[in-house]
Write a new protein. Sequence first.
Length: 89
Amino acid sequence: MSEVGGTLAANIWDRVISADDHALSPDEARALLRWRFPESDRQRVDELSRKAREGKLSAVEERELDEYLAIESALISLKSKARLALKST
């Protein structure tokens, strides 16, 4: 079920991000391209991913990893939109 939640959240964010009713300004696009996970979160994702590969992930940790992955997916979509906005200026 947690996988579905993460996927659903990512799909909703993708629809929000893909809405063409607002073009990003160059300043907004550059700001979005600077967004990234803090080092502590990247380390946590690495730890959760390692545990998942080893088959040692608890249900709570699986939901946490799914949330990180959903946010990462939305961030990738936002950055793609930002790059397209800068390319068209």
